[in-house]
Ligand binder design. Structure first.
Ligand code: HEM
Length: 160
């Protein structure tokens, strides 16, 4: 039995966060052009919706991980993936708060640099997660021999 909740959820958080970062940069570089303020408003909403969805992605990721079958390499790859997911969540949360506190003006250089970090974290989590599904078949129904152990149990079992 596999759970495949995570792939439904994650693309919203990745898409919203990445689009938010791009719109912040374009909206800021556009300076005083008439549409720049609208882009920044759209960017804020993308980040404010995408950041809580990153937390939902983390929750759904654990649900799928608990149900999935793994070998030791797949467990190691998932640990790396979930660390990048955790960085995505906390860095986007910090950005969402900073963007709220500075919502009446364009982001400054420090915030823009932080937003770049958020974008890199989200892209890394997405790339590592894609590798889990398409290179390692973690969570893919019927891809593993029936007697393969569950990822979470394997991670928690003491080393031989
Ligand atoms: C912000 C956080 C996260 C993001 C953005 C993210 C992103 C992704 C993406 C894009 C995929 C490929 C989905 C597909 O095949 O279409 C994936 C797969 C996967 N991720 Fe995450 N992930 C996050 C957190 C986590 C966490 C905390 C875990 C916990 C172990 C996790 C476990 C998995 C697993 C097991 C898969 C394989 C497919 C499945 O869900 O069954 N992810 N992730």
């Amino acid at each position: 039995m596999t759970s495949q909740l995570h792939p439904y959820v994650v693309h919203f958080s990745v898409g919203l966060i990445l689009l938010g970062v791009v719109l912040f940069w374009v909206g800021t570089l556009a300076g005083s052009r008439p549409w720049a303020a609208d882009l920044l408003t759209a960017a804020r909403w993308n980040l404010w919706i995408g950041s809580p969805l990153a937390l939902v992605s983390i929750g759904s990721g654990f649900v799928d991980y608990i149900a999935a079958q793994c070998d030791a390499d797949a467990v190691a790859a998932t640990i790396l993936h979930r660390r990048s997911g955790a960085v995505t969540w906390w860095s986007s949360l910090i950005a969402a708060i900073a963007v709220y506190r500075t919502r009446h003006r364009a982001p400054g250089p420090l915030l823009l640099a932080w937003l770049l970090l958020v974008g890199v974290a989200a892209a890394t989590a997405a790339a590592l997660g894609t590798g889990l599904t398409y290179d390692r078949a973690v969570g893919v129904h019927g891809a593993w021999p029936a007697d393969t152990g569950r990822c979470f149990e394997l991670e928690r079992s003491p080393p031989l």
